[in-house]
Design a protein around this ligand. Structure first.
Ligand code: AMP
Ligand code: ZN
Ligand code: ZN
Length: 400
């Protein structure tokens, strides 16, 4: 008996340390291309359970429904026109001759492009809240002289298990050096959606795999005794495309007269100086399956076109159509996003679960810029009055 007591006494501090909880950690999980209705497929038991236990609802992405603009909108609360990441690809008259794109690290990692809006990890760090980013567009770049306390350069080859393990290792730290806000990002559902289309077995397999990784994260945190305020989001949805629905700009205007900053579900076209009238004449007329306008004439509801980084002429394809310069260089059959953000197939996943969030709340469709306000609330940061997204838009997701 005495021996048992002695062993128990020796084990107690270790047990306490392992079960030490401290305050909840807010974790923003980004699942690229997780269309809102994927949750109803019956292949994501862990996410479905989190949704049942927390707040959930379809989320409207910002236009353009692309990865970088929406990831930055989610963490800044500002739409692409005001957060400065107006596209996955951009040109800026203040940076003549260069193009920002995902694959161009020199530009993508230059703070010049990211400095128009402050992401939540910067606001948190400046308020003395420690942050860590296991990938998120913009998190690899200093904002002023501030960065997340822990961050990693994006590498698609780092597998999902490794991403989760890295985050769990951060949560394992003693409270003084443990992040109170962290992000994690998964790209595999988007990749499968592009290659095989949203209705493919491959997308369902990717959904099941990411679902298991989210489960690992939840279980890992529970084992450590760390309480999570989880906010699980996607940047946009996915829509089926095929080779029969392609618009070739070459049939309308010769290629040397314009720069195609972006092609796909929408095209961003910058006329080469001097040919402006010819390009405008060719494009600014009615077309089957796409709508072209000058950026200043875009519909107000898109909230996009005042930033100098938006190209002069914008053509938005009819849902499911693809705008290319010329003949496809690779099969178009598969999936894409970038369409009008009013398209219900562009809608994105949203789940908030944890002590900060309402149990069983079902939100009507809301704009993704409200997520930043929700994150700030969970972290005890004041609302940003200058943001496009308001806490009132997601108030029901917060625990009263
Ligand atoms: P999209 O072309 O809009 O479908 O963008 C999705 C792609 O963005 C994925 O294939 C990711 O690998 C890539 N991606 C995500 N985060 C980053 C990042 N921080 N840096 C570079 N590429 C990224
Ligand atoms: Zn994306
Ligand atoms: Zn994508």
């Amino acid at each position: 008996m005495r021996l048992i007591l002695l062993i128990a006494a020796l084990l107690l501090p270790v047990g306490l340390a392992a079960k030490e909880s401290g305050r909840p950690v807010t974790v923003l999980v980004g699942i690229d291309g997780f269309r809102a209705d994927y949750l109803d497929r019956g292949v994501t038991p862990r996410l479905s359970k989190l949704a049942a236990e927390g707040a959930t609802g379809p989320m409207r992405p910002s236009f353009p429904t692309k990865t970088f603009p929406n990831h930055y909108a989610l963490v800044t609360g500002k739409r692409p026109d005001r957060n400065g990441i107006t596209g996955n690809s951009m040109i800026d008259p203040r940076r003549p001759g260069v193009m920002f794109s995902l694959g161009n690290a020199t530009q993508a990692l230059d703070p010049f492009w990211w400095g128009e809006a402050e992401p939540v990890w910067i606001t948190a760090e400046r308020a003395g809240i420690r942050t860590a980013t296991m990938f998120w567009p913009g998190s690899e770049v200093a904002y002023g002289s501030t960065r997340p306390s822990d961050w990693l350069r994006y590498d698609q080859n780092v597998g999902n298990v490794q991403r989760v393990n890295t985050l769990i290792d951060w949560l394992r730290r003693p409270t003084v050096i443990r992040p109170a806000f962290a992000t994690i990002y998964f790209d595999t559902v988007d990749t499968a959606g592009h290659r095989f289309g949203p209705d493919s077995a491959e997308v369902n397999a990717a959904l099941a795999e990411v679902d298991a990784r989210v489960g690992d994260l939840v279980d890992g945190a529970a084992k450590l005794g760390v309480t999570l305020n989880l906010v699980i989001v996607a940047d946009h949805g996915m829509r089926a495309t095929d080779d029969a629905r392609v618009i070739q700009l070459d049939t309308l205007i010769d290629r040397p007269s314009y720069i195609a900053v972006e092609t796909g579900p929408y095209a961003a076209i910058e006329p080469v100086t001097g040919t402006d009238d010819r390009v405008a004449k060719a494009l600014l007329v009615p077309h089957e399956h796409m709508n072209c306008t000058r950026k200043e004439d875009l519909p107000e509801r898109l909230h996009w076109g005042t930033n100098p980084r938006v190209a002069a002429i914008i053509c938005i394809a009819e849902a499911g159509w693809t705008i290319l310069s010329g003949p496809p260089m690779y099969p178009v059959k598969g999936g894409a996003h970038g369409y009008d953000n009013a398209d219900s197939e562009m809608r994105a996943l949203f789940i908030a679960r944890g002590p900060a969030f309402a149990k069983g709340a079902r939100l009507a469709v809301f704009d993704n810029v409200a997520v930043a306000a929700l994150l700030r609330a969970a972290l005890g940061l004041p609302e940003d009055a200058d943001a496009d997204g308001k806490l009132a838009d997601v108030q029901e997701a917060l625990r009263r």
